[in-house]
Design a protein around this ligand. Structure first.
Ligand code: AMP
Length: 430
């Protein structure tokens, strides 16, 4: 493995049209993940890349992929050129919004390739017909959510037999239980010989085991911890039943330019929105029960800064790039420790200063400890003036229960220790 880390984009052997575009975008230097991943991808290696969300992962695979496809198209012997609905590069992502974001980034990076690379984005929740039309004559790069891609394959709108590079973005989620059947079906349709790239901020152990079957002598890049300094994490304790009041207080007091608040259930979003509006805080909501049109409108408005406070489920937890988002608040704690990392990664992106707040009441104490343990963090519990907690409850709930007299010494396995890393929430199956 080549361990030299390039410090300039011009050291990465990128073609001039890509370099010109990076200059236009004011990307001065490659981020650490770009500096390490781009050479490996260009050399054709399989890759397992773990880097903090917001650290420039998209360009790490998009730039070399664009370059590979561009060069391949110049090669007369290339047998995937636009006949028979073939695809050269396939990028699979867990949510519709992320599909659109990744595809938009690729199209932007390809700006000076004079339309030589055709990128098509496909996801569910919208009419399939325009996507079928877009795929007519093949595509060089397809960005897709798995369910809709399978629908398009069964209508013969696209064929995967000549894919040269497969990217799983948010790979831990793509390899988790929620996607098993779809991913297995897709993998069976892909050629055996191909380059496979896995990118994610987190790789829980169960997922790492699965990657062994998927990758050939992969290069591993792990940059998570070295790179996380611009995000401050804080935990506020609060009495049960007081979370909404504390949240409304924090929003009014801090006057953040924008805030993204996570809850665990779709109806929880609406419920919290109602409660906040009664306290004079007006918010929008983003969850999987909303139509795709409404989802797009809300997200675009939030990204454009037209919405100040957004309450969302975990469909907003992964990959979404919201520029200069000052704060993410966990109103409900995420069920899985890795989702905690993904949620908080919406703030503090691309080296910006960010803040991640978690509001925990007595019932959340144990679970927050598990989140801390799995993510190897330890945060000081803080109180907000006017919302002091009933301390008498904390020792009872925060410490393991005292053993009744006379019982043996066998350690009780706490329920919270069994919380699995990989859950099914926060994805679009189509
Ligand atoms: P990503 O992690 O790919 O979602 O990227 C996060 C943000 O960083 C996006 O807004 C990118 O446009 C931006 N970005 C990616 N690479 C660079 C770079 N080398 N220099 C400056 N900004 C970058």
């Amino acid at each position: 493995m080549n361990t030299t880390v390039a410090t300039k984009f011009t050291d990465l052997n990128l073609i001039q049209p890509l370099l010109d575009r990076l200059k236009e975008l004011d990307y001065k230097l490659p981020t650490p993940i770009q500096a390490q991943a781009i050479p490996s991808v260009m050399q054709g290696h399989d890759l397992i890349a773990g880097a903090n969300t917001g650290s420039g992962k998209t360009a790490s695979f998009a730039l070399p992929l664009l370059q590979q496809v561009y060069e391949l198209k110049k090669d007369k012997a290339d047998n995937t050129s636009n006949k028979g609905n073939f695809v050269k590069g396939l990028i699979l992502v867990p949510t519709r919004e992320l599909a659109k974001q990744v595809s938009d980034s690729i199209k932007s990076y390809a700006n000076h390739l004079n339309g030589a690379v055709k990128t098509v984005c496909v996801f569910g929740g919208v009419s399939i017909n325009p996507q079928m039309l877009a795929l007519r004559g093949g595509a060089d790069i397809v960005v897709a959510t798995p369910g809709r891609l399978l629908d398009l394959i069964s209508s013969n709108a696209v064929k995967l037999d000549k894919v040269k590079t497969l990217v799983l973005d948010e790979a831990d989620r793509m390899l988790s239980l929620g996607f098993t059947d779809e991913i297995n079906e897709l993998l069976a349709l892909l050629p055996k010989s191909k380059q496979t790239l896995l990118f994610s901020a987190t790789f829980p152990e169960q997922v790492k085991a699965l990657t062994k079957e998927l990758l050939k002598d992969p290069i591993e890049i792990q940059l998570q911890s070295a790179d996380a300094s611009s995000l401050v994490q804080r935990v506020f304790t609060v009495n049960q039943g007081q979370k909404t009041a504390l949240l409304a207080h924090l929003i009014k007091e801090h006057q953040w330019q924008q805030a993204l608040i996570f809850v665990n259930a779709k109806n929880g979003c609406e419920h919290l929105a109602d409660k906040l509006s009664k306290r004079g805080v007006f918010v929008d909501v983003f969850h999987g029960d909303k139509g795709q049109g409404a989802r797009n409108r809300v997200l675009d408005a939030f990204k454009a800064g037209e919405i100040d406070v957004l309450i969302a489920t975990d469909i907003a937890a992964r990959g979404l790039d919201i520029e200069k988002l000052p704060v993410v608040i966990n109103y409900d704690l995420p069920r899985s420790p890795s989702d905690y990392m993904h949620r908080i990664g919406r703030s503090g992106r691309a080296g910006e200063v960010g803040l991640a707040l978690s509001l925990i009441d007595h019932e959340d104490y144990h679970h927050f400890k598990v989140i801390e343990k799995k993510n190897k963090i330890r945060l000081e519990r803080e109180e907000v003036e006017g919302f002091e907690v009933d301390q008498s409850l904390i020792p009872k709930l925060d410490k393991p229960m005292a053993k009744p007299e006379g019982t043996g010494k066998k350690k009780r396995k706490k329920k919270s220790d069994q919380t699995p890393d990989v859950w099914l929430n926060g994805t679009d199956s189509e």
